[in-house]
Ligand binder design. Structure first.
Ligand code: TXA
Ligand code: MG
Length: 342
C-alpha cells in the first residue's frame, strides 16, 4: 500500500513542482513497451490518438487517475473517457445494448465515445467516471494507441493532454508545451489525423443524446440507429455532465466545512479526524490531496450507504484546503451539498 502511494503521491506532487523530466518515446516496439510499463506502474503517459493527444493513466488505479487531474490543473473532476483495445474489452466493463453494438461494429475503432451504464463488477476506478454510474468508452483508431492499449492490458483513462482551459494538442510538441515536467512521458505517434475530439453519445438513458459533436458526424450515427433529438443551440448537443440526471450525488444531505460532528451525522474526514462520529470515512489521514481525490467518490458512496443503513440524517464534510487537487475536491463537495433540483 505505502509503496503504491509513494509512487503516486510523487507523481501528483511533481505536477505542482514541475521539476521532473518528461521522456519522449518513439512509436516503435521499445517505446510502446516502455510507455505501457510506465502506465502499469501508475505513471502518466500522453499518447496520440486519431483525434487529439490524450493524457493517459491506468483507469483502474484511482491514484494514477488523480495524477491526471493534478497534471492538468483541472479545477473539477470531469468524467474521463476510458480507452480500450477493442469493443469486447469495452463491453466487459459497461452494459451494451443493440444500438451500442451496432455503432461499435460500424464505427470502432474510431472517434466515437459511448456513454453506457457501468457493469456491477466494473474494475474501473470511480474517480475515472467522476462517481457516475455510467462510463464513457471508446476504441481509438490510431495504430500506436491500439498497440499501447494491447500492451497495457488495462483500460486507459485519458482526457485531452492539455492544461485545463487550453486547446487540445494534436502533436507531441504541443503536449510538451502544455505538460513538460508534469507527466512521465509522451509517446510520439506524429500528428493526429482527425484533429478534433471524439463525438460523445450518451446511450445510458431511455433516449440517446449527443453530448459533444466530434470526429464522427451525427448523421453517420443516425444512419445506424435512427434519428436522435438534438439539444438546444446550433450544431446540436450539449448538456454539461454536471447537469446530467445520472450525475452522482449522495442521497443524504451534505454539510460542508464541518468543524464538529453532530449525533445524527456521519463524517467525511480529512487529516486528523474529529472525535465523536460513529461512521467515519477519512479521505487521507496524512492530509495528502492526491490520496483524498482518489478516495473521494468511493468515500461518498460508502458513507451514504452506511449512514442511511444506520438511520443517520446527514454527512458532515471536514474542510479540505483549496489548493491543487483540493479545488477539484471542494468543487465536487459543493455540488454534492447543493440543493437538489428534480
Ligand atoms: O477524442 C477524444 O475524445 C479525446 C481523446 C484523447 O480520446 N479525449 C477527450 O477527453 O476529449 P476529454 O476529457 O477532454 O473529454 C471527454 C468528454 C467530456 O466532455 C466529458 O464530460 C464527457 O466526455 N464524458 C466522459 N464521461 C462521461 C460520462 N460518464 N457521462 C457524460 N459525459 C461524459
Ligand atoms: Mg478536453
Amino acid at each position: 500500500m505505502s509503496a503504491v502511494w509513494g509512487t503516486v503521491a510523487s507523481t501528483a506532487r511533481r505536477g505542482y513542482l514541475g521539476a521532473a523530466m518528461t521522456e519522449t518515446l518513439p512509436a516503435d516496439e521499445a517505446g510502446i513497451a516502455r510507455a505501457a510499463a510506465v502506465l502499469r506502474r501508475g505513471g502518466l503517459v500522453a499518447f496520440g490518438t486519431e483525434t487529439v493527444y490524450g493524457l493517459g493513466a491506468d483507469a483502474t488505479n484511482a491514484q494514477a487517475v488523480a495524477g491526471i487531474f493534478a497534471a492538468k490543473g483541472r479545477p473539477r473532476f470531469n468524467p474521463l473517457i476510458c480507452h480500450y483495445r477493442d469493443a469486447g474489452a469495452a463491453f466487459a466493463h459497461v452494459v451494451a445494448h443493440d444500438a451500442a453494438r451496432r455503432l461499435a461494429d460500424a464505427l470502432w475503432p474510431g472517434p466515437l465515445t459511448l456513454v453506457l451504464p457501468r457493469q456491477a463488477d466494473c474494475p474501473v476506478a470511480l474517480l475515472t467516471g467522476a462517481g457516475l454510474d455510467t462510463l464513457a468508452v471508446r476504441v481509438p483508431a490510431c495504430a500506436t494507441a491500439l498497440a499501447l492499449l494491447r500492451a497495457v492490458e488495462r483500460p486507459v483513462a485519458a482526457p485531452s493532454a492539455n492544461r485545463s482551459g487550453r486547446i487540445s494538442p494534436t502533436d507531441a510538441a504541443h503536449v510538451l508545451t502544455e505538460l513538460e515536467g508534469r507527466i512521465d512521458a509522451v509517446l510520439d505517434s506524429g500528428a493526429c489525423t482527425v484533429g478534433v475530439e471524439s463525438t460523445v453519445l450518451d446511450l445510458s438513458g431511455s433516449q440517446p443524446v449527443f453530448l459533444r459533436p466530434g470526429g464522427v458526424t451525427m448523421e453517420a450515427v443516425e444512419a445506424l440507429i435512427g434519428p436522435i433529438a438534438r439539444g438546444v443551440g446550433e450544431g446540436g448537443a450539449v448538456r454539461s455532465p454536471g447537469m446530467l440526471r445520472s450525475h452522482y450525488a449522495p442521497g443524504l444531505p451534505v454539510r460542508l466545512d464541518a468543524h464538529d460532528v453532530r449525533a445524527d451525522e456521519a463524517l467525511l474526514a480529512f487529516g486528523p479526524g474529529l472525535g465523536g462520529a460513529a461512521v467515519v470515512f477519512n479521505l487521507s489521514e496524512g492530509g495528502d490531496l492526491a490520496e483524498a481525490a482518489a478516495r473521494l467518490f468511493q468515500g461518498l458512496r460508502w458513507l451514504d450507504a452506511e449512514a442511511t443503513r444506520r438511520g443517520l440524517a446527514r454527512i458532515a464534510a471536514m474542510p479540505v484546503p483549496d489548493t491543487g487537487l483540493g479545488a477539484a475536491i471542494n468543487d465536487r463537495l459543493r455540488r454534492a451539498a447543493a440543493p437538489r433540483e428534480e
